[in-house]
Design a protein around this ligand. Sequence first.
Ligand SMILES: NC(=O)c1ccc[n+]([C@@H]2O[C@H](COP(=O)([O-])OP(=O)(O)OC[C@H]3O[C@@H](n4cnc5c(N)ncnc54)[C@H](O)[C@@H]3O)[C@@H](O)[C@H]2O)c1
Ligand SMILES: O=C(O)C[C@H](O)C(=O)O
Ligand SMILES: [Mn+2]
Length: 483
Amino acid sequence: MSLHAHKPNIVPAIRLAIRGEQLLTSPRFNKGTGFPTNERKAFGLSSRIPYRVNTIDEQCERAYGQLRARDTPIRKNTFLQSLKDQNWTLYYALLSRHLKELVPIIYTPTQGDAIASYSHLFRRSEGLYLTFPEQDSMEQDFLEQTQGREIDLFVCTDSEAILGIGDQGVGGIGISTAKSTMYTLVGGLDPSRSVSVVLDVGTNNEDLLNDPLYVGWPFSRVRGEEYDNFVDKFVQLVRKYYPHSLLHFEDFGVTNAHRILDRYRDTHAAFNDDIQGTGAVTLACIMAAIGVSSRSSVKGQGKRLSDQRYIILGAGSAGMGIAVQIRDAMITADGVSKDAANLRFWMVDREGLLYHPSFEKEFYRPASEKWDEIIRVGADDASTRVELLDTVKEVKPTVLIGCSTASGAFTEEVVKAMAEALQQEDPGTKPIIMPLSNPGKLVEAKPEDVLRWTGGRALVVTGSPFGNVNMDTYIAECNNALI
Ligand SMILES: NC(=O)c1ccc[n+]([C@@H]2O[C@H](COP(=O)([O-])OP(=O)(O)OC[C@H]3O[C@@H](n4cnc5c(N)ncnc54)[C@H](O)[C@@H]3O)[C@@H](O)[C@H]2O)c1
Ligand SMILES: O=C(O)C[C@H](O)C(=O)O
Ligand SMILES: [Mn+2]
């Protein structure tokens, strides 16, 4: 992860209309003990801050000490959220200095826990909350927070599929704010130029609906035309007032994600992170792994994207986005036809391998293949599905990707079947195994297990940070935030 130095807000203080208490409680402009003496005098702060002026390093040292005194990731997360509510300059300076340690605290995986407990951890709100029953005043509410601002980015969720932890109702605002923070931290975007949005259209999460402390709109999710109109109302406001902004969609449910992206992508700079961001970062990862990059240490394996056989477990937003991105790269980089490229994928979802004897659908295996013959018979003797394990044995994939939320689905048997088949084909081949489901507890296999089952041969890539398994085995991270 490379860091572009975060540029603090350098609005000349003299132009600020706010001073005194108001300045100290504005996280964008507050500099705490960092205010120099002349600014303290000019803005009525001298008596409001203790005497000594601290450098940003001193402030970071103090804040880091306070952070370290919190003993669990979630307590660190709430501490950092409070700091963000108080002083952006210090917040981003601290994160920049401890990037590797703190990104997992303010982003995946800990932010997932913070989102799940949103209504209980709630102290101060951050972001733009647009709620279904208040849609008549949506324009006014939108302008309340955006008018007069220069805005480059809207990060928007409807919270239906947060990471792999499902419907989190209004708490999903926490994924929008976390992604916005990453744009600043890694991409250098001025945080005052982004808006984090939650479209609160209700929730089907019974625990939230039954929780008296739940702070969102406590009704079932709005669906159909009413839902589409509500989303459209928001998008049209973005288009009307900020036609040049980027509209980033995050963690929409699988039935809406593609549809909404397709609806707006030709008329606005719209981006779905789970589909496109994941597709792009996974492609980059695979290119590195198979040695399209000249630095590769992978031996004996066909080096082109189109030489690989890909099994993807989970054909949702991420899985389909990954398949499309790799397929398109094969067409561009390797010059293969679309049909030939599509045939390099085997998608496995809840109903097993996606194939159909009678109709054609993109990324479904074609009717000419006799998959029916290896269908497993279920306990009730009814034919069920072509299992992942059988697909692996049949296909001998060189790349196995998980974005299914099915924790542990890459079993020892699956991983060994893949590794052994590849070893027989070419002893130099390293299986590329990518359990990408977040947060960490939902990974399809733990890196240390994959390495143990493959005698250390696998190249392992995860979506959440796992740390190295031992001194010389690096577990790469493939998270769409890197895009
Ligand atoms: N590493 C990353 O950058 C990244 C990016 C996006 C998503 N993800 C992760 O991928 C997972 C899926 O995200 P999504 O946005 O695609 O969700 P999604 O709901 O759109 O898709 C999940 C898919 O998995 C399928 N599935 C569920 N249980 C399954 C099982 N037992 N076996 C096979 N398939 C099963 C579902 O039917 C669905 O098609 C989440 O855990 C998410 O955190 C990771
Ligand atoms: O948020 C992340 O960490 C990656 C991805 O967008 C996800 O939904 O898991
Ligand atoms: Mn996501």
